[in-house]
Design a protein. Structure first.
Lengths: 296, 310
């Protein structure tokens, strides 16, 4: 086995795995406050990439302000989605809420289709420099941007959940929403906040990955599927489990594509997923007791 | 039960009279699709609406039925009926494998497992080029024959398909009225109650999976012989989600809801096609509105107790 080739595959696996991790974290944040899976999570990623393209390439706004504007806009879309569609539902069941998020996903895809059409969009690297060389493998500057974005956002989330009152309230809400409400926590506002956070992270993933993997109006779905796999594999509701699982998924996929066949790479990672679900139904980080507590 | 039968007679008389009024083969074709999707949703609503298990991989069984029929008849020259039977057998076997983890998994985890199954089937259809024809698929699947009739026109296939929908509806109805059906329904709410009453929960869960897979696979075989051409793009995750949407929009856990939902979500894209690029946008809004204002599906519009079950 060629060592350089192996290292290169692992490195690119980490980059795509970071994106799965971003999406998986977004799934978890919303799952923790609402116990639903937000099927529109991939659309936040897609919107992040396409909106940045419009701001930066079409309107010629400089990169940093364009990124900030994009993230604000995607976050607002996330808030708007929750306020307009999930918020008004009385006595929601989990299945109804999930279908609503599927509706939102189709709607957002439809909006993107009518604004950007079916073309595939490309953005230049944020830092146009030659790639770094490590042990014979090369790392592009954009991969570094993706990794750093992931590290910074997980550090921020860790701090937010551990040390701020709002973050602690969100954790309380995920343990038991009814008890949290009895303690005076406004669960409904926390749901909105969780959509804002998830949309922000999705947008960030879209902004940073588009220069590497291109973006079009329907690319969000497959990414969401992998992100969902990462979230489930890491144990639903565990933000940091998703990071580990996302990496594992990304690296496996990359190695399978490199050594076995790129046609079967999605099947292999899903087979591994099915196997893990069968052996450890709560994901790699989940414990048995928690599963019985967390049943739908 | 009597109301269901009355409704059944009226509904199917209307359906069977339809081709006398409209002779346009295109519309007849759309109705054939409605029939094919109805067969899948009639099975899926048993699994999801009654047994309370989620499946996001139903397109996988649909694909197995379609491809097994298509490949066996086209490449090996087997009679279509043997192809259909082989498809059913393979689907039942696969669903047995899929049902095993379902004994352990719940909710989102089960959704993920079934979704994974559907995606694996899709990937195999794309990658196993030597057998499935890969992404471009294959064609020239022979037409079905039924009692000496060659089902080579839209109208003949229409009657054939809806005849099966009628039979499958009757099967499902009598299943639900039987003790088996009542045991199935008891799984929905809380597993420990039927368990303590001596219901073999594991048996019924596996049974519901097999039942739904059987319906989907049969519908797949019909699809193969109707289209006479297959490619992986017809069997994506989108289809699995669409099938779930059909039964939820129609009304979960209701056989009429399964028929109605399949009809609406078959016709809606046809109507919206005139809006071209805005099709998806309107479609999304429609789904959101139904779920906000009619969370129990369209059948809840009728107050009468037509509903099979609750």
């Amino acid at each position: 086995m060629d060592w350089q080739n192996f290292l290169q595959l692992v490195l690119s696996g980490i980059t795509i795995g970071s994106i799965y991790a971003f999406i998986g974290i977004g799934f978890n944040i919303i799952y923790n406050t609402t116990s639903i899976i937000n099927f529109a999570q991939g659309e936040f990623v897609m919107l992040g990439g396409l909106i940045l393209y419009s701001f930066h390439q079409t309107l010629h706004i400089p990169l940093i302000p364009a990124i900030l504007l994009t993230l604000i806009l995607v976050t607002l879309i996330g808030i708007g989605m929750e306020r307009l569609t999930l918020h008004p539902v009385k006595n929601p069941t989990v299945l109804n809420m999930i279908i609503i998020t599927i509706g939102c996903s189709i709607f957002l895809k439809g909006v993107a289709l009518s604004i950007w059409g079916r073309e595939v969009y490309h953005l230049p690297f944020f830092f146009p420099r030659p790639p770094f060389q490590i042990g014979g493998a090369s790392i592009t500057t954009q991969s570094l941007v993706v990794w750093i974005a992931l590290i910074l956002s997980s550090a921020f989330l860790y701090f937010f959940y551990r040390f701020t009152l709002l973050g602690k309230a969100m954790r309380a809400c995920s343990v038991n929403p009814v008890a949290a409400r009895l303690m005076g926590i406004k669960v409904k506002s926390l749901v909105t906040l969780s959509f804002a956070l998830a949309a922000f992270l999705g947008g960030l993933a879209g902004v940073t990955i588009t220069p590497i993997s291109l973006m079009d109006y329907q690319r969000g779905s497959l990414l969401a599927l992998k992100g969902f796999a990462a979230a489930v594999l890491g144990g639903l509701g565990k933000e940091f489990g998703a990071i580990l699982a996302g990496m594992a998924l990304g690296i496996t996929e990359s190695l399978v594509a490199g050594y076995i066949s790129s046609g079967y790479k999605d099947a292999v990672s899903l087979l591994i997923l099915l196997f893990i679900l069968f052996v450890r139904p709560g994901g790699i980080m989940g414990s048995k007791e928690e599963i019985s507590l967390r049943e739908l | 039960m009597r109301k269901d039968l009355k409704g059944l007679v009226i509904f199917f008389s209307l359906i069977f009279l339809f081709p006398l009024l409209v002779r346009n083969p295109y519309y007849i074709g759309v109705l054939v699709f409605w029939g094919i999707y109805s067969i899948i949703t009639l099975g899926l609503t048993i699994l999801m609406g009654y047994a309370g298990q989620i499946s996001l991989g139903q397109a996988g069984f649909f694909a197995v039925g379609a491809y097994t029929s298509g490949i066996l008849t086209t490449r090996f020259g087997l009679p279509p009926w043997l192809g259909i039977l082989a498809g059913l057998g393979l689907s039942l076997l696969l669903s047995l494998f899929l049902a095993l983890p379902s004994l352990k998994l719940k909710g989102h985890y089960l959704a993920m497992a079934t979704l994974g199954f559907g995606e694996i089937v899709h990937v195999v259809l794309n990658a196993w080029v030597g057998v499935t024809g890969g992404p471009s698929g294959f064609g020239e699947i022979p037409a079905l024959s039924f009692l000496g009739w060659k089902l080579d026109s839209e109208i003949r296939f229409f009657y054939f398909t809806w005849g099966w929908v009628f039979l499958f509806f009757l099967f499902s109805l009598s299943l639900l009225k039987s003790p088996y059906g009542r045991a199935l329904r008891s799984l929905h709410a809380e597993e420990r109650i039927p368990l303590s009453l001596g219901v073999n929960v594991y048996f019924y869960k596996v049974f519901a999976f097999l039942w739904a897979a059987f319906y989907a696979s049969f519908a797949g075989s019909l699809y193969a012989h109707f289209m006479t051409f297959l490619s992986p793009s017809s069997f994506t995750l989108i289809l699995s989600i669409l099938l779930v949407l059909m039964i939820v929009v129609g009304g979960l856990g209701n056989l009429w809801g399964a028929l109605l939902g399949a009809g609406i979500l078959t016709f809606l894209p046809e109507i919206l096609r005139t809006f071209e690029d805005f099709e998806m946008l309107i479609y999304g809004i429609f789904l959101i509105l139904i779920m906000i204002f009619l969370p129990r599906g369209l059948v809840s519009l009728r107050r009468g107790k037509v509903a099979t079950g609750d």
